[in-house]
Design a protein around this ligand. Structure first.
Ligand code: FMN
Length: 506
């Protein structure tokens, strides 16, 4: 079933160009060579490989697949021969077909993903990566990387560090909100998303009274999940405006059109291939017919005419600045600061911290800047520090957080908080003005036996003057123009002076 000529089906997904928008879903088309003669891998938009890990994985014992009325539940366990065997024995043949290859990668630790990506990147034969974040994170207790936007982003950042090729994150429908995972992944370098993976499901064999699959819970795919994944694709597209490969229950051209209209620029065909091996090719043909009927010159021209463009989200720093303005944490006008100087801006951090939703979102943006620091404990000074240290530790997956406080003018570790010798500590501060409090906290932590590995803060208003000897990662750098009262241009312009400060309260 060779594809015929007609309107151009080529499609650009961010930096990735495909000859048509129908790809073979990971794990359902082997390594692209099993159906040669029926579906040549170079006839489809791309072949997404079965998940590849650093070492061979044996997968679960059979039974590993069970049919349900409108789908399939599988618990294969990501069986694969390991990246080296793939590179030596499969990649040369697959690459020789001229197929576009998207390598799906898996891992049990962040470093494994990066190692697999580095090995594949070095071959020059892989067009893009698809990161499967639905894998157990062994170092952090076995929950999958998809259970928190920050843990997912840590995987993406590690892969981004070893390759310039396009990265698609395969979002998990359960766990953390996929939209938040997408935003966090985008902030650290993802180019697009596959939406979505399978849905956790359980089938019970009523004769034995036991789960039908040896592994117990498996992943549901097929038509049963299509409306769920179309909704997710639409939400992720509207939230990010980024390229999406729709995955879940694509069996016919009608199903593919649904995903395109929801904002996807390509679809992946998975379960359908098992019962109709030519399903993907039929969808390619159906798309040509559809474009002809619609009078469209090309697939992209048609997409542009039916799908509203969504603005890409602003960069994290800009997003953070908007939060500051919306909550009133940064006021613009004419203010008297506690130093006695006048300024055009005033920062009241508690406008941010009093709103848990905003604080959580801001801390997430900050956490994305601190992913690479090897922290075991997060410590923050005083009241703002308690809140931030707790939330930052929670999001980074760090198991402890505490705060320091000033006693008799001196910052101290109190209340029975203690550090194992050499514990790696990440400091977090709300606003850094001179860096005084944070450096006093660093001293207190070192006196208590800890080792400071980095400092994060929401707002740096030091004007670049705070330059500690460890990595310092502010979320927002805020310029405050200050003037002595006797030479204040704002006074000269007659702008009323406000005094919102708290330190002078008696
Ligand atoms: C048997 C089977 C194996 C799969 N293996 C993988 C895999 O290795 N990596 C991955 O990211 N997704 C895997 N998936 C998920 C599919 O790629 C796809 O996203 C999902 O099945 C939904 O699409 P569908 O309804 O068209 O099958 C697998 C699905 C099935 C049914």
């Amino acid at each position: 079933m060779r594809p015929r000529a007609g309107a151009s089906l080529e499609v650009q997904l961010g930096p990735l160009r495909l000859r048509n928008p129908v790809v073979m879903a990971s794990g359902t088309f082997g390594y692209g060579l099993d159906l040669r003669g029926i579906v040549e891998p170079q006839w489809v938009g791309a072949v997404v490989t079965k998940g590849l890990s650093l070492e061979p994985w044996t997968g679960h014992a059979p039974p590993r697949l069970v049919e349900t009325p409108a789908g399939l539940v599988n618990a294969i366990g990501l069986e694969n021969p390991g990246v080296e065997a793939f590179v030596q024995h499969v990649l040369p043949q697959l690459s020789a077909t001229g197929a576009t290859i998207i390598a799906n990668i898996v891992g049990k630790q962040v470093e494994e993903y990066a190692q697999v990506a580095r090995r594949l990147d070095g071959t020059g034969a892989v067009a893009a990566f698809e990161i499967n974040i639905s894998c157990p994170n062994v170092k952090e207790g076995g929950a999958t990387f998809a259970t928190s936007p920050v843990t997912a982003a840590r995987v993406v950042a590690a892969v981004r560090a070893v390759t310039r090729r396009p990265i698609f994150v395969k979002l998990a429908p359960m766990g953390a909100d996929p939209v938040e995972v997408a935003r966090a992944s985008a902030a650290v370098g993802a180019d697009g998303f596959t939406v979505a993976n399978t849905y956790p499901a359980l089938v019970i064999d009523t004769r034995s009274g036991r789960p039908a699959l040896t592994a117990g819970v498996g992943g549901l795919s097929g038509p049963a999940v299509r409306p769920l994944s179309v909704r997710l694709a639409s939400e992720v597209y509207r939230a990010t405006g980024m390229p999406i490969i729709g995955s879940g229950g694509v069996e016919t051209i009608r199903d593919a059109l649904e995903y395109f209209l929801a904002g996807a620029r390509a679809v992946a065909v998975g379960t359908a291939t098992f019962h109709r091996p030519t399903a993907a090719l039929e969808i390619v043909e159906g798309l040509r017919d559809h474009l002809e009927t619609a009078g469209a010159a090309s697939f992209e021209a048609w997409l542009d005419s039916v799908v509203p463009r969504v603005e890409r989200r602003p960069a994290p720093e800009e997003q953070a600045f908007r939060f500051l303005q919306q909550t009133g944490a940064v006021l613009e006008g004419h203010f008297q600061l506690s130093s006695g100087l006048h300024s055009d801006r005033y920062v009241e951090k508690f406008r941010l911290l009093e709103r848990p939703g905003v604080a959580e979102a801001m801390v997430r943006l900050l956490a994305l800047r601190l992913l690479d620091l090897p922290a075991e404990v997060v410590v923050g000074p005083a009241t703002g520090g308690i809140l931030l240290a707790y939330e930052l530790a929670r999001q980074l997956g760090v198991s402890r957080a505490f705060f320091t406080e000033r006693v008799g003018g001196r910052m101290q570790v109190r209340r029975g908080f203690s550090l194992p010798p050499g514990a790696r500590v990440l400091l977090v501060e709300d606003v850094v003005t001179t860096g005084g409090s944070v450096m006093e906290t660093a001293e207190a932590v070192e006196e208590a036996g800890g080792q400071v590995v980095g400092i994060g803060c929401l707002i740096d208003r030091s004007g670049g003057r705070f330059a500690p000897p460890v990595p310092f990662r502010p979320l927002v750098r805020l310029e405050l123009r200050t003037h002595p009262p006797e030479a204040c241009p704002l006074c000269e312009q007659g702008i009323p002076l406000s005094d919102p400060g708290s330190r002078r309260i008696r």
